[in-house]
Design a protein around this ligand. Structure first.
Ligand code: SAH
Ligand code: SF4
Length: 380
């Protein structure tokens, strides 16, 4: 049963809701609460139709390179948080990173994502800058570069943008300030996160954000507000996935029975992808590895619910096993070729094509830039 705007339980026909031009927060919360199988299927079908119309059915790959598990932060949910003393820390060297990027280029992946724990300071900023410049040069500007290196100062963001990185992923994790404070120590500031997202936009990145889904204490109303948050900040890309406990973290104690709830975590994540696609339309949405950690075919299910980007993990195996954000991370024992073949077959099995050799920029970004250009007063 869906609810009306006052939150009263009232029958709102699903067909009416799926045809509405603009969904309210309570409409979204209603859709996120669907459980009836045939209704959920209709939600996915609608999201897929919007995806087909607004971004097409080509899947874009970003090869994910987890360049370091060093982290100065202490997020309560994350396996590589600073205070997890059982993590063997690493930092990939320049050659290893460039080799991994070279593999991505050779396989026709249009982009790479450089991800790490949060490391601040001039030394790291210059190291990343050098890597970006080399990737651009070595692969003739044909490899897009997305960064996911956390909160940084303005100078680092600018330096990296100037060197040639053009997308940045920084999840808000939850747009609910109170819930955010239960996930992070006091010195991790929600406002600073927002400030970083705004800086990234001003500097000219395609900006990606997202949340974890199924967090302890999280409601569908908060998830609906998360979608409105994406809309408010005019995000170009969305990366969301289920929250999955890591045994070495404080938050894992709040979800001791994960095995019993994981099917619902997956389903809620898929509904969240679908509603986000319906509301935001032309953004890129990633079907994340965390979906696959719960269910083998999780990422294909994500594509069918409205996602259009996949980030195959191309971190060399020796490092990959040490980058455990959550328990049961998939593909820790497979080599790249096996992963690639398996992914290709999975995508073909749902009738989609892979955008080999294409960067697959967010259509929302292109539309946003055009919009902003026309909004400028004409030059003298
Ligand atoms: N340090 C950077 C990038 C690495 S973490 C940053 O924090 O932005 C990348 C993402 O992993 C985080 O944004 C978070 O949403 C996700 N993550 C961390 N721990 C997780 C967990 N236990 N379950 C699901 N996702 C998790
Ligand atoms: Fe560090 Fe990112 Fe993990 Fe937080 S989520 S502990 S910033 S790697």
């Amino acid at each position: 049963m869906l609810k009306d705007d006052e939150g009263q339980a009232k029958m709102v026909p699903l067909a009416t809701l799926l045809e509405k031009d603009s969904l309210t927060a309570s409409d979204m919360a209603g859709l996120l609460s669907l459980h009836d199988k045939s209704e959920v299927r209709r939600l996915y079908n609608k999201a897929y139709a919007v995806k087909r119309e607004c971004v097409g059915t080509t899947v874009y790959f970003r090869g994910l390179i987890e360049i370091s598990n060093l982290c100065e932060k202490n997020c309560y949910y994350c396996g590589i948080r600073r205070e997890n003393g059982s993590v063997e820390r690493y930092m990939m060297d320049e050659t290893d990173i460039l080799d991994a990027a070279g593999e991505a280029w050779k396989w026709g992946y249009g982009s790479v994502v450089l991800q790490s724990g949060e490391v601040s300071g001039d030394h790291y900023a210059r190291f990343i800058e050098r890597i970006i410049l080399k990737i651009k040069k070595l692969f003739h500007g044909e490899l897009g570069i997305t960064l996911s290196l956390g909160e940084q100062d303005e100078d680092a963001y600018r330096r990296w943008r100037q060197a040639g990185a053009h997308r940045y992923l920084l999840r808000i994790e939850t747009s609910d300030r109170r819930l955010y404070s239960t996930l992070h120590p006091e010195d991790h500031s929600y406002d600073r996160r927002i400030e970083c997202l705004s800086l990234l936009k001003t500097i000219g990145y395609q900006v990606g954000t997202g949340v974890m889904i199924g967090l302890p204490g999280q409601t569908v109303e908060q998830l609906a507000q998360d979608i409105l948050f994406y809309k408010r900040i005019d995000a170009d890309m969305i990366g969301m996935g289920p929250y999955i406990p890591h045994h070495g973290t404080p938050l894992a104690k709040s979800m001791p029975d994960f095995d019993n709830v994981k099917a619902e975590q997956l389903d809620l994540s898929l509904r969240m992808i679908a509603v986000t696609r319906i509301v935001l339309r032309d953004v890129n949405i990633a079907s994340t590895t965390a979906l696959q950690a719960i269910e083998d075919s999780g990422r294909e299910l994500g594509l069918k619910a409205g996602a259009n980007v996949i980030m195959p993990n191309i971190t060399p195996l020796a490092y990959r096993t040490r980058y455990e954000l959550y328990d049961n991370k998939p593909c820790l024992d497979e080599n790249e070729a096996t992963c690639r073949d398996c992914l290709e077959a999975r995508i073909e099995s749902i009738g989609e094509t892979i955008g080999y050799g294409r960067m697959g920029d967010s259509p929302h970004f292109k539309n946003r830039i055009t919009r902003e250009r026309f909004a400028q007063p004409a030059a003298e």
